[in-house]
Structures are given as C-alpha cells and as structure tokens.
Design a protein. Structure first.
Lengths: 441, 75
C-alpha cells in the first residue's frame, strides 16, 4: 500500500468543505474536531500565523530562552484528529447516528470479542475483565488500537497504515476494499485475495471483480451482543453455499466430500479449493518480536488440513470434519514486554486454528489431478489428497501431523515444557489414527 | 392575491441586492487568510477551511514562493 503524501491527510480537495459534503459541512469543523474557529493572527508573518494556528488547535506556542518561537506541534492538542474515536459524543452528538453508534460500540471490530476471550482463556480466567491489569492495558493500547473507529472505515485509512483521506474528507458509505478492509486485514486476507504470494493466483472472486462486500453481508457494526467468544459466531457470515450448492455443483468430488454426509468425509470447501497461505511463528508486544529467530517476524507459506474444532453457533463450517488450519502467532511468553512473563493457561486453546484462506480457486494442487495427467480419470480424484498411491508423500505434507507439531515445538518460545505445544494442538492434528478412508481409494 | 406596495418592493429589491453583494464579498473573503479591519490593518482572521482546503494550500504555496497571494483553484 503506497503511503499518502502529508497533504493528502489534511487537505480537503475543494475550495470549501461544503462543496463535497454539505451535510457534514453544516455541522462545522469544530463541532466534531474541537479547536477554535476563527482565530485572529496579528499579521500574515509566519510566526504570527503559527501562534494563531496554535490557538486554533488549542495548544500553547513554545518559545526558546531568547523568546524566539519554536515551531513544534505537541503530541496532545485540543483538536481531535479522529472525532469518531469519541463516537458517542461526536458522531451521535445531535442524535445523528444514534443507532449505529450504539451498535458499533459492541461490534466485533470495536471490541475484538473473540480475541479477548482467547486472551482470557490463556490467562486462566473466565473473562477479559478478570485478566491482570497489565494484560488488559497492553491489549487495549496495542492490539485494540487498530480496531477501529467510524472514521477509519468511512473517512480515512486506518491508523495502522498512518491514516489519510480516502477521498478528500468525503464520508464513504461503503468502505474501500484496498484502503480500508485490507489495510488492516492485509497480511493474510489481502495478500491471499490479490495473489500476492509467489506461486499463488488471486482468489477467483477477485479475478471476477468482486470485493469484500460481495460475500460479506453481515452487519459489521454488530448486533448489540456482548457475549461473543469467537468472530465465527457472528450471524450472517459468508458461506460458500450461499451461492454454491451441491445441487448446482454436483460432481464426483463433491458427492464424496460434501460436509454433513459423513463425519469422516466432510471437508470444508477450503480443503480442496485453497492455495497455500501465510502462517506465523511468533508475535509481538511492546514493539518487540518474540521469536526464537533472531530476524524477528517469521511468516511462512503452508497448507495444512486438520480436524475441525469449531463448535460455535453460526460457525460457517460447523458440519465439516476436516478444515484448513493456520498457525497463528500466539506464543507463551508473547506478553513479556508488558511485564507478563507467561500465560498460565496457554495450552487452553490451540494455536493451529481454523482458517478460511481467501485464495479460492476451482483448480488447486488438490483438485487438478484429473486434468493435469491424462492417465488419470475422475475415478483417480483421490490421488492428490489421499495418503496413498504415487503422490503419497506429497499429499501427506498437506496434513497437520503430530510429527509436524513435534518438529515445530522448538521454535515456540517461552514453553517450560515443549510438549505443552503438542498438548495445546493435539486435538487439531491427525496421527496414525487418521481415518482409514483417507488411506485408501 | 396580495401585491406588494411598489415602493416597498423597490426597497426590498434594493436591500436584497445589498445583502447579495455583501454575501458575495463575504464569500470572496472566506479565503485562507482574510482581512479583519476591526483588528487593524495587519491582522488577519483564520478559519479551518482557510488552511485545510486545497485552494488555501495552493495560495499558501504561492505566498511562500514569493509569487504573490493569488489563490489557486479548488477541485
């Protein structure tokens, strides 16, 4: 994402704001942003203008020992860069957006319910409010700062990419995929969707010209619920079957593996139709990467099939036995920079989690066998997945085996007992007890 | 139907023209930096739009370049 020039962050590209947004212009700048308007400068001399500007932005102009003005803006000014950070008083100041502001205060984007739930689980308490204060503070000041305000979706790019207007100061009803959605959800979703990773194609839906909202119809402002334990509980999440049904897409592959027909045979769509996706080995807090790797941040491409542990209501893949899983960057001493050397119940939740890679293709290494090798017919469809036959070793690498966990455990820092890593993930992994179905054809 | 008194209509029309002229002048003076005669010849009044619009920005650039105070176009 190309950073915006400074002037693109503060200048309205018009003669007056009313030219582009008469409704919000009628409210007036200072009503939302605070500050003082108008102010009088003693003259057009730059120092006089600076002093007046300081008064408009409600900070004290500074002078050195010689009485010479120091042109330095302080960290804290009277004006708000993002008035929607105080949405209750600014976006709803005159009851303008009352309902949506109230809803959004409880939304997943605002509250990160799922993340807070897991933070609490791993801290060994039953709710985020019971977590140690240092943990709550660290999460609030670092993790939660990306997630997000009205303005960071509807007026500007998010703070995480240093802001800047989307289109002058025009309020956009629908956020922009590149400048808003994938500005935050870029390293996984965005890079997958656009085919950023070497060897991958873009998601077929992107190739067809669709953006996030073609599939994501759920209300991102929330529904008022405050007891979510996962983002996958949100009502109305996209499901492939919203558009694709067995009736319309019937073939031998689907007939065998459509979820819900058999516990062992049910695959999530991603198992066959995803390309490799990004995984992480570490996380960061206090600006420091926690890693066994001196290079710090460690992202790597992988594709792993594991057992589905999702048991939440509304979970988009609740009937699937096998799903794609991603190594998420949660390590036991990840919060040490916040003064928390460890997470007492770290193994309470797996670190190989259900993944919904946004790089769907009809033909992937898992599905293309019958097309790429004329010697194979549809009856040989198993050859690129089942742990059998000429591709057995390559196919086996697509599963999350216990042996793979064993090989990774040394790269996860902070464990007092390396086997704790295996215990946290053993119910996701497959081992020698993998269904006989997968070992035959 | 009630017709306005001719003299009243003329007076009203004149007043409207004056108000319109004042408004136009006022609009012209909602520039990045505008004169405030009551504050003295040197004083200027600053508004938010006076600094945070493209027109204001271009005007400021022109001043900084020493090429005068001609306003740039918006849009």
């Amino acid at each position: 994402m190309v950073p915006l020039e400074p002037f693109e962050k503060v200048f309205i590209n018009a003669a007056t704001y009313a030219e582009i947004d008469p409704n919000h212009a009628a409210v007036g700048c200072v009503t939302c942003h605070g500050g003082t308007e108008p102010v009088v400068a003693a003259s057009e001399a730059r120092d006089d203008l600076w002093v007046a500007m300081a008064r408009a932005h409600e900070f004290e102009a500074e002078y050195d020992d010689q009485g010479v003005l120091i042109r330095r803006k302080p960290e804290v000014k009277g004006v708000l860069r993002d008035p929607s950070s105080q949405a209750e008083s600014n976006c709803n100041g005159a009851g303008c957006h009352a309902q949506i502001v109230a809803l959004n205060a409880t939304s997943m984007h605002t509250q990160l319910w799922g993340e807070k739930h897991k933070v609490a689980l791993r801290a060994g308490v039953s709710s985020f409010a019971e977590c140690p204060q240092a943990l709550q503070d660290g999460h609030t000041t670092e993790c939660a700062t990306c997630h997000t305000t009205c303005g960071q979706c509807h007026v500007s790019r998010p703070n995480g990419v240093h802001g800047g207007f989307l289109n002058s100061h025009l309020f956009q009803r629908v956020p922009d995929m590149e400048n808003n959605c994938t500005a935050c959800h870029g390293s996984r979703v965005g890079n997958d969707f656009t085919g950023h990773h070497e060897g991958n194609r873009p998601d077929v839906h992107q190739e067809l010209g669709y953006d996030c909202f073609f599939c994501h119809k759920e209300d991102l402002h929330g529904d008022g619920r405050t007891d979510y334990t996962s983002r996958y509980e949100v009502d109305g999440l996209p499901q492939c079957v919203d558009c694709h049904s067995l009736a319309s897409d019937d073939n031998l592959f689907h007939a065998y593996h459509w979820p819900g027909d058999s516990e062992e045979e049910g695959l999530s769509c991603h198992v066959c139709h995803s390309q490799p996706y990004a995984n992480c080995l570490n996380c960061h807090s206090g600006g420091v990467w926690s890693s066994a790797d001196p290079e710090g941040y460690t992202e790597y491409m992988d594709f792993r099939i594991g057992r589905n542990t999702g048991s939440w209501a509304n979970h988009p893949v609740e009937r699937e036995e096998w799903v794609t899983v991603r190594h998420v960057p949660v390590i036991k001493d990840g919060y040490r920079e916040w003064g928390l050397p460890s997470q007492p119940a770290w193994s309470a939740f797996e670190t190989w989690e259900y993944a919904s890679p946004h790089n769907i293709q009809r033909f992937t290494p898992q599905t293309e066998i019958a097309l790429t090798n004329p010697a194979y017919g549809m009856a040989d469809c198993w050859m690129n997945c089942h742990v059998q036959g000429p591709n057995e070793m390559e196919n086996a690498r697509r599963f999350l085996w216990m042996s793979h966990l064993d090989s990774l455990k040394s790269s996860v820092t902070g464990l007092s007992d390396p086997d704790e890593y295996i215990r946290a993930n053993r119910h996701v992994a497959v081992d020698d007890s993998i269904s006989q179905y997968w070992n035959r054809h | 139907m009630v017709h306005p008194h001719p003299a009243s209509s003329s007076w009203s029309c004149g007043l409207s023209l004056v108000v319109l002229a004042l408004l136009l002048l006022s609009c012209e003076r909602i520039e990045p930096v505008r004169q405030a005669p009551e504050m003295g010849a040197e004083s200027v009044v600053l508004t938010c739009e006076g600094c945070h619009t493209t027109r204001a920005y271009l005007r400021r650039l022109a001043i900084d370049d020493g090429s005068g105070s001609g306003g740039g176009g918006g849009g």
